[in-house]
Design a protein around this ligand. Structure first.
Ligand code: 81H
Length: 529
């Protein structure tokens, strides 16, 4: 007992001496010591960690806690390339206090996207990002089985029969926008502004109906803007702060949800529930398999989530194809010929026409190859997880990360990978009318094997190098809608304009990979023949 007492006393007096000494140092010395202690601790910890055979090699970093956040956040693919040359396909890096284990390439896709539900969690990785924006009870703010059912509910409004109705509505919105924002015979357009607005108008008109679309011309558009500003990767770090933009985000979320709620009530009271859009689909069919039903507020929140998902990804993708095509006038002419061949003398555009336009679809496909909207996909590890083909174990509490966008830009799988070449997809067949599969998956046996997590059959294998819509239980359900919306947009642009542009570099710091501002096209009206 007295031994312990002496040790404690000794330690205390030593600490007192150390503190007195520290106090008498010059300020610059105090600062130096304060900063170097965590630095030395971190380097020592990294050294000891590197001795472990059961851990993926950790990328060395010098700023404790922050780690590789800046190099990764600014240029993720360059960072991965550099790490790969040093460590191979599997390595780990520190990202704002979290250890991320990366597995590059198709084997990584399989490792993460087809991991067992009990091993990894998407909701634990994304809820801070999405719940403040979408609201409670949906997407990543509920157990995974509910998400699987929500995807099933929403998919009812994402079928061929729905798209047949959406195409004319989408086209009408685009033409209205052209009349409003592309005045005269030639001019310049801010691509991101135009595409964000057109994506919002076309998606709300088709998925939510006229009642909501018409409100977007009023002050109501400002609420969308406030909510949108709150949907940023910053939420991963600070999802709630007592700051103006967070208050605006929460206010916008509540107002938008209230607006959707009033629409829901209105349709119910009027007994006007058909099968024209997503709202109808959710009102008719949102009872979980355990017998409980989604509340109206949850339906409203799901509507916000679906719209937000489509908004950022689609507006970025259409911006990118406009910018690439602006550098390739000959491709614009080829598209024009294809469209004319399919439409003949007709002025209208129908869903079936889009299915016949191979180059239009290949253009979208190639755009997604070079510009996968989400450059990284994360999961939180819930149980110690061995890495296949390696001696490493990713411990519970760490994260796993894959980057299909990196694989889609590799020379190994895509010769001349830097070239924007829609024709590289010429010989590739697609299945399921729009669910596109790349050469390896389409030709291999894997493509025929499917699995159903509760929202319809999807490809079982996810080791394709081309996965712009992810795979596995979290696979995007928006793909066919995206192809319909983007196809209609591209066709309508080509029929009305010719344009030129210089493709800007990629901004990786936003929610999705965007063109760096300013991103401009110079357009002129196409002469009607
Ligand atoms: C952003 C992300 C990231 C962005 C992750 C997840 C989501 C999302 C760095 C989304 C987006 C996909 C989604 C919806 C709505 C919906 C379901 C899913 C990153 C990494 C990851 C930046 F560096 F969950 F929010 F970490 F929108 F219903 F910041 N968004 N999404 N939309 N359509 N398809 O997956 O990089």
């Amino acid at each position: 007992m007295s031994v312990i007492k002496t040790i404690v006393q000794d330690a205390l007096s030593l600490a007192t001496v150390a503190f007195e000494t520290f106090k008498n140092l010059a300020l610059y010395q105090q600062i130096f010591i304060t900063l170097s202690i965590p630095f030395i601790y971190s380097l020592t910890w990294q050294f000891l960690y590197s001795l472990r055979k059961d851990r993926a090699p950790l990328v060395t970093y010098y700023i404790p806690w922050v780690g590789s956040a800046i190099t990764y956040g600014m240029q993720p693919y360059d960072f991965f390339e550099d790490c790969r040359s040093k460590h191979g396909d599997v390595f780990a890096f520190m990202l704002l206090g979290k250890i991320m284990t990366v597995y590059l390439g198709p084997k990584g896709h399989e490792f993460v996207l087809n991991a067992k539900l009990s091993d990894v969690s998407a909701e634990a990785a994304y809820t801070h990002l999405t719940t403040p924006v979408f609201g409670k009870g949906v997407i990543y703010d509920c157990p995974n089985w509910k998400l699987m059912e929500q995807k099933k509910f929403a998919k009812v409004a994402l079928t061929k029969d729905s798209f047949i109705k959406y195409v004319p509505l989408i086209k009408e919105e685009i033409m209205k926008y052209f009349d409003m924002a592309f005045k005269g015979n030639k001019g310049t357009a801010d691509v991101m502004k135009a595409q964000s607005e057109m994506t919002l108008f076309t998606a709300s008109r088709s998925l939510f109906g006229d009642e909501l679309r018409s409100r977007l011309d009023e002050s109501y558009a400002a609420m969308y803007s406030d909510l949108d500003k709150g949907f940023t990767p910053l939420n991963f770090v600070f999802s709630n702060l007592p700051l103006e933009n967070y208050r605006k985000r929460d206010a916008a979320h509540n107002q938008i949800a209230e607006t959707y709620l009033s629409l829901i009530k209105q349709r119910r009271e009027a007994g006007e529930i058909g099968d024209k859009d997503l709202v109808d689909a959710l009102l008719k069919n949102s009872v979980y398999k355990d017998g409980t039903r989604m509340t109206d507020r949850e339906i409203a929140n799901l509507m916000i989530g679906v719209l937000m998902g489509g908004q950022h990804t689609s507006s970025a993708t259409s911006s990118w194809f406009l910018l690439h095509l602006g550098e390739k006038p000959e491709l614009q002419e080829e598209l024009y010929q294809e469209i004319k061949n399919v439409l003949g003398d007709r002025e209208d555009l129908v869903y079936d026409d889009l299915q016949k336009m191979d180059l239009v679809n290949a253009t979208i496909k190639e755009t997604l190859r070079l510009h996968m909207p989400l450059h990284s996909i994360f999961r939180k590890v819930m149980k110690d997880l061995p890495v296949p083909n390696y001696s490493y174990v990713v411990p519970k509490g760490h994260y796993v990360l894959i980057a299909p966008g990196y694989t889609m830009m590799s020379e190994e799988y895509f010769p001349n990978h830097k070239e924007y070449q829609p024709h590289r997809w010429d010989d590739v067949k697609s299945i399921d009318g729009g669910i596109s599969l790349p050469p390896t998956e389409a030709s291999g046996k894997a493509s025929t094997e499917t699995v159903d997590y509760g929202f319809g059959k999807i490809s079982k294998g996810v080791s394709s190098p081309y996965l712009p819509f992810g795979g596995g239980r979290h696979r995007c359900i928006g793909e066919p809608f995206a192809y319909t919306q983007l196809g209609t947009l591209l066709v309508t642009y080509i029929l009305n304009f010719k344009w030129t542009s210089v493709c800007p570099p990629v901004d990786y710091t936003s929610m999705v990979t965007l063109p760096t501002q300013p991103a401009i096209i110079n357009w002129e009206r196409r002469e009607k023949k």
